[in-house]
Design a protein around this ligand. Structure first.
Ligand code: NDP
Length: 275
């Protein structure tokens, strides 16, 4: 089909990815002819895959676990947020021949929180996790004006490294998962790949939560996630999963590639309906 734009999403595993559906719905909305395919790409082989996609005339690639750091390393140009995160979820074949890495996870999270009326400016945050997702979202949260962020991680050395890397951007401190807190946080985000610890205990001390705390899980699924179920059992009423973030980070990539800003609310609703 003449004028059809080709894009890909890569990762391992990739079978579960909802990105093709999200981008198809955006493309339909905007009247853009798009072919968007998923490809299983093993760690260490992204460069070869990118070379093939370039040959095919692709415009862009979404990158998911576990290739986000590798994607950053391959790029010949990096946006500030990709450089700060050291991880990229978007690669673009630019007209000047450069391969540009971007990270839209942070803006995706912030847009989802804002669209739900969750205040960020001046708030105290607890971010659980210090992996690629935490790296991606922390700069955007600080940019949105949060007062303080405590990063709690199973491997405290990794939390310390993240805090050291981003300390210049705002008030950030590291903690262990079993730390007791003097006061509840305004917002607690789960950015780990495990809802509960491997021992089956709570993800963090209950002292992190108050009845007005908002709990947000970057993870999403058919049923309520273990983290959000735990928060509910502690009396937290405002609990949000990461489906909205998934759609918002995709929208930011779509806008960059196609120059059109899609409406996200109907796509989030369609995905929820589909579950
Ligand atoms: P990484 O593998 O880079 O990091 C995993 C994190 O989870 C680390 O902090 C790790 O701690 C922690 N962790 C893993 N297992 C356990 C456990 N049993 N107990 C406590 N902590 C644990 O993954 P990502 O950061 O890339 O992704 C994290 C999650 O966020 C994933 O589930 C991913 O699907 C989701 N995500 C959602 C997005 C969305 O759009 N909604 C976007 C991006 C990510 P340690 O350092 O000690 O190993």
């Amino acid at each position: 089909m003449t004028g059809t734009v080709q894009c890909f999403v890569v990762g391992s595993p990739i079978g579960h990815s909802r990105s093709p559906l999200i981008h198809r719905l955006f493309a339909e909305q905007c009247g853009i002819a798009l072919r968007y395919e998923k490809r299983e790409v093993a760690p260490g082989t992204l460069a070869a895959a990118v070379a093939v996609f370039r040959q095919m005339g692709a415009r862009g690639i979404n990158v998911t676990v576990p290739l986000k750091e590798e994607a950053c390393g391959l790029a010949t140009a990096l946006t500030v947020r990709a450089r700060t995160a050291g991880a990229a979820n978007v690669l673009s074949f630019n007209a000047d021949g450069s391969l540009e890495a971007d990270n839209t996870d942070g803006i995706g999270l912030v847009r989802d929180l804002e669209s739900r009326g969750v205040r960020l400016a001046g708030e105290r945050l607890l971010l659980i996790g210090a992996g690629g997702a935490a790296r991606g979202v922390l700069p955007a949260l600080l940019d949105a004006g949060v007062a303080t962020v405590t990063v709690a991680n199973r491997t405290v050395a990794r939390a310390n490294a993240l805090v050291a890397a981003l300390a210049g951007l705002g008030s950030v401190a590291a903690a262990s998962l079993d730390e007791e807190f003097a006061a509840p946080f305004d917002l607690v985000l789960n950015a780990t790949s495990a809802g509960l610890t491997s021992t089956g205990g709570p993800p963090v001390s209950r002292s992190a939560l108050g009845t007005s705390t908002v709990c947000y899980d970057l993870v999403y699924g058919r049923a309520e996630t273990p983290f959000l179920a735990w928060a509910g059992s502690c009396g937290v009423t405002r609990r949000i999963d990461g489906l909205g973030m998934l759609v918002e980070q995709a929208a930011a990539a779509f806008e960059h590639w196609h120059g059109r800003k899609p409406a996200t609310a109907p796509v989030i609703a369609a995905l929820r309906h589909q579950r």
